[in-house]
Design a protein. Structure first.
Length: 215
């Protein structure tokens, strides 16, 4: 059995360490990444959900809530958290691992942070290939949390089966601006921090705007 075949076999058996090695190979274009990707059996029925929205909207909070719900059902979930890359040293913050610490020891949860490495659109350049790896690993759902830089984050719509845009009441003044980007790609909207002043008004205005756009 070749090295990439052995690695795939371990991934199918639920070996997270093997999965981590495979993702590193793919992310860095290290041999045998191409062989690995060609040999995969990808289950196209596994749903991919993209979570996007402005910085500070609470995307990680929503990811945690969805993860808790999926795990309580006895299902397995993989999370790809895309972090921005510094323009100075090309290092990534990779901060979502810290924010999702409560999920670390759960055997049904796999979390991987990805650096954008200069890619625009809110996701990493290798997110599609890595998503296929996760599908081959047999997860029941894949969540992808984008960087959080505003309306440039529309690439997720081409990858995810469903795209969720997270907003906060303070986004009210930005609706007219973000509607030209994020508003068009979403299948669902979440108004987070709904206990804040103006949350109901913001939600109503958002609903009206969506009705105007979609009839």
């Amino acid at each position: 059995m070749t090295s990439h075949q052995q690695l795939l076999a371990e991934i199918r058996q639920g070996d997270f360490k093997a999965l981590a090695r495979a993702i590193t190979l793919v992310e860095n274009d290290i041999a045998p990444a191409d062989q690995l990707l060609r040999a995969m059996q990808v289950n196209a029925n596994i749903p991919v959900v993209g979570i996007t929205g402005p910085p500070g909207a609470g995307k990680s909070t929503l990811v945690n809530a969805i993860t808790d719900h999926i795990v309580k059902q006895g299902r397995k979930i993989a999370i790809l958290a895309v972090d921005p890359t510094s323009p100075f040293n090309f290092g990534s913050l990779l901060g979502d691992r810290i924010r999702m610490a409560q999920q670390f020891n759960n055997p049904n949860v796999y979390i991987r942070s990805l650096a954008t490495r200069g890619a625009l659109g809110g996701i990493s350049a290798k997110t599609i290939e890595i998503s296929d790896l996760l599908k081959a690993a047999g997860f029941d759902m894949i969540l992808i949390e984008t960087v959080g830089v505003g309306q440039s984050e529309i690439d997720i719509a081409g990858l995810a089966d469903k795209t969720v845009v997270v907003l906060v009441p303070e986004s009210g003044d930005e609706i007219q601006h973000i509607k030209s980007g994020l508003m068009e790609i979403a299948q669902a909207f979440v108004v987070n921090k709904a206990d804040r002043d103006g949350a109901d008004i913001f939600a109503n205005n958002l609903t009206k705007l969506l009705h105007q756009q979609h009839g």
